[in-house]
Structure formats: structure tokens, C-alpha cells
Design a protein around this ligand. Structure first.
Ligand SMILES: [Zn+2]
Length: 300
């Protein structure tokens, strides 16, 4: 499953400060995910942060040997398990066990558990790195913590998603107005800690991303605007070392669904939905990421 491009991811490299800076605009992309999963705003915030996080983690990999990134939060909160996979630059799919769960707090934490990241190269399906940390229940905190602790990177990260209620639209009553992220990654080397300190001071002076006045007619220009905030003197002369549109991408297929079915026991199959005609020889399998439903003949 693919969808039309619906967001932007940019990266520039500042020689002056030996730093890579990433910016994401993903408003339309997250709206599509929200509508598809019929997610409520509290679960959508987790899904949105995780989606932007997986895109950023993938973009951090070596362009000569691009990695696939799979993230999973195995946590005990009301939303269940959270997954975000970036299977290629700018490509994302994500899911959460209970997208429709109603909680009273918009910022209800994910719960206690672990956050795991798997990086691998697609050709050889070769494991590059798998890391695990305790989750703090907040995706943004976990992402930064993971990059610092497991990958020893000097990073700063901020994300912002603004959701409002759209009364005129009973079928999809929530509107994502803004969805932005940035990541600052200081290269290792002499003076790197000092450079990170300077970035910290500068980002503090800018305030949270949620307070920035980002005005742009399209996703790419919004991402550009974020970079202009972060590197005001340099932004006009910086070259994009990565410039990609965002798209939903799920490699599910009928063949894969059949293989998954073959692994289930007869007892487990009983719990799969039968098709609308009630014939037991055909089973419905729905992909948890993209919602595509496959009608599969059960061979046994
Ligand atoms: Zn799928």
C-alpha cells in the first residue's frame, strides 16, 4: 500500500558547527493515519510522534547503505502496543493497539514498559543494531533518550502536533492543524560537547517548537522555515543533503497475509472473522497498519 506524498523531510549540514539538522512537516500524512485508524487525539499524539521519530531515525542512517527502522513500545498503558516502521527514506507505517480508546487526559502517557529499535539493511535482512531502553511513557523523551544512550549521539529533538475538533465533519471529526519536528545531531569530534552546549542555549532561547510562528503554503516550505529558525545566518547557503517527500508505505500483500495465516493454529483461526457470507472457507485478514483487508481461502 502506498499513498500520495503528504509531507516533507529535509536535512542540511552546517560545516560551521559540524551538525546535521533535520526538519519534518507531516500534517497531511498524520491526518491520513488518523482517519484510517479512526484514532482519538490522545492515541494520535503517540502515533504521530512515533511516526516522525521513525522517519528521523531512518534518515540518520548512512545514505550509502540505507537502513530500515522498526520501533516498538511494549507498554502496559491504555493504548496498548505502539509500532512505527520506516522501511525506506520518507516512508512510514505505524499502528497502535487501541487507537479509539477514550481517556480524559489528552497527554495520557503510554504506560510502563520498554522501547525497542531495530535497524537492518533490507538487502541481506542483516541486523545492524537492536537496542532497548525503559520507556518513560512519552515518545519524544524516549526517542532522544535512546539516541543518546544507545547510539551515543549528541542530539536535541522537539516535536509538535496540534489537533482540533472539526464539528462539520462527523465522519472524521478531528483535524490535524500542524505537525512538525526537528532533530539536531552534532558530529562526534573535538569540541562536540561544547557545540552541543551552544545548540542547547540557542534552542532554549527559541523556545518550544509549539511556540514558533511557522507560516508556509506547502510542506516543504514549512520544513524550510523550521531550518531558518535553527540556522538563521546560514540557512540560505546550506545545501540539502536530504530532501524527500513523506508517504505511507506498507509492504503487506495477500501473499504475506497467507503466510501469516499458515503460522496460526486451527484454534487461533477460529477467532478470525469470517467473510460477510459467513462461509468458513474464506477468512478476512486486515492489516493493522494500513487497514487493507484480504479475503483468504483457508487451505486448512
Ligand atoms: Zn498493510
Amino acid at each position: 500500500m502506498r499513498s500520495l506524498p503528504s509531507g516533507s523531510l529535509l536535512r542540511v549540514f552546517s560545516r560551521e558547527r559540524a551538525t546535521s539538522i533535520y526538519a519534518i512537516e507531516s500534517t497531511e500524512l498524520l491526518q491520513t493515519i488518523m482517519n484510517r485508524l479512526q484514532a482519538m487525539p490522545p492515541s494520535m499524539l503517540h502515533l504521530g510522534y512515533a511516526s516522525m521519530g521513525a522517519l528521523l531515525f531512518q534518515a540518520l542512517s548512512d545514505p550509502q547503505e540505507p537502513e530500515h527502522v522498526e520501533m516498538q513500545w511494549a507498554v502496559d498503558g491504555p493504548f496498548g502496543k505502539l509500532i512505527a516502521d520506516s522501511l525506506g527514506t520518507g516512508k512510514i507505517r505505524s499502528s497502535i493497539s487501541y487507537p479509539k480508546v477514550e481517556v480524559s487526559n489528552l497527554h495520557e502517557p503510554l504506560g510502563a514498559g520498554v522501547f525497542q529499535v531495530r535497524r537492518y539493511t533490507p538487502e541481506q535482512n542483516q541486523e545492524r543494531y537492536t537496542g532497548l531502553i525503559q520507556s518513560q511513557g512519552d515518545v519524544r523523551v524516549d526517542l532522544a533518550h535512546y539516541l543518546r544512550q544507545s547510539e551515543q549521539r549528541r542530539v536535541l529533538l522537539d516535536m509538535f502536533i496540534d489537533i482540533s475538533w472539526d464539528e462539520s465533519n462527523p465522519k472524521t471529526p478531528f483535524r490535524i492543524n500542524k505537525a512538525y519536528a526537528y532533530l539536531i545531531d552534532v558530529m562526534p569530534g573535538d569540541g562536540a560537547d561544547q557545540t552541543l552546549g551552544q545548540w542547547q542555549d540557542y534552542c532554549e532561547s527559541l523556545g518550544l517548537l509549539s511556540t514558533w510562528d511557522i507560516q508556509a503554503p506547502n510542506p516543504k516550505m514549512a520544513a524550510q522555515h523550521i531550518l531558518e529558525f535553527l540556522a538563521p545566518g546560514e540557512s540560505k547557503t546550506l545545501q540539502y543533503s536530504l530532501e524527500t517527500e513523506l508517504e505511507l508505505f506498507c509492504p503487506c500483500s495477500e501473499e504475506r497475509a497467507m503466510r501469516a495465516l499458515a503460522l496460526l493454529s486451527a484454534n487461533e483461526k477460529k477467532y478470525l472473522h469470517q467473510d460477510s457470507e459467513g462461509k468458513s472457507e474464506k477468512l478476512l485478514m486486515t492489516c493493522e497498519f494500513c487497514g487493507t483487508t484480504y479475503h483468504i481461502a483457508d487451505a486448512g
